[in-house]
Design a protein around this ligand. Structure first.
Ligand code: 5RP
Length: 231
């Protein structure tokens, strides 16, 4: 699988040009992209600045000598590259498997182009087999969980909302100090409708549905790399 992730990352690297302001994603596929980017920068003397979407990516990029900036200093980016947990034919995405979807969404919305890199296992006919990550503030947790359950049911989805735990039994905390509820919905027939409904829930900081954001997905398959462009 790593070979497929590497193939997708290598293809995305061809979109990078000297002088660009980049958004760097989070997760195992984005990590490979950041490694390849650093190698190319050294080899070709590319001049770039980048905004990382998580503390993990910030540490990786710093250790590789990639110059970093923030969205405060650089509020507009040219290109953001990131992985996804699921994607459909319309390029609706589920993200947040690495608990980084809040910063990922902020960075990717600030980019003129957002390109997804993934192996073929991430492509699905209908989103929702992967539990939908919901980043919630620690205050009022049970009330927020019940509110979310009602909203999700109202748009025709259903399933358990479980707090994401670490192996040691403690709750996963995001870079922003919030918690993650994973919504085990099985299928999301209308992702845009669910995203819109979730956008109105107080206490939910951000959900992992990325609708109408990705310009293209670079999918690595055993038959080669396939590009899906958003219509
Ligand atoms: C992190 C994400 C990642 O992009 C997503 O989880 C995919 O990760 P990987 O490339 O390791 O499969 O959304 O919050």
């Amino acid at each position: 699988m790593d070979e497929l992730k590497k193939a997708a990352a290598a293809e995305a690297l061809t979109l990078v040009e000297s002088g660009m302001r980049l958004g760097l994603g989070t997760g195992s596929t984005a990590k490979i992209f950041v490694d390849l980017l650093a190698e190319r920068m050294k080899r070709e003397g590319l001049k770039l600045i980048a905004v990382p979407t998580s503390e993990a990516t910030r540490l990786q990029a710093e250790s590789l000598g990639i110059p970093l900036t923030t969205l405060d200093e650089t509020p507009e980016l040219d290109l953001a590259i990131d992985g996804a947990d699921e994607l459909d034919a319309q390029l609706n995405l589920i993200k947040g498997g690495g608990a980084a979807h809040l910063r990922e969404k902020i960075v990717e919305l600030a980019a003129k182009r957002f390109v997804v890199i993934a192996d073929e296992t991430k492509e699905v006919a209908v989103l929702g087999k992967f539990p939908l990550p919901l980043e919630v503030v620690p205050f009022g947790l049970e009330a927020t969980r019940q509110h979310l359950t009602r909203v999700i049911e109202k748009v025709g989805c259903a399933g358990e909302l479980r707090f994401r735990m670490k192996a040691d039994g403690t709750l996963v905390k995001t870079d922003g100090g919030n918690l993650i509820l994973d919504a085990h919905l099985g299928s999301i027939p209308d992702p845009a409708r669910l995203a819109d409904a979730l956008d109105h829930v107080t206490g939910l900081v951000e959900h992992g549905l990325f609708i109408g954001m990705a310009e293209r997905a670079i999918l690595a398959t055993h038959q080669g790399v396939r590009v899906i462009k958003r219509a």
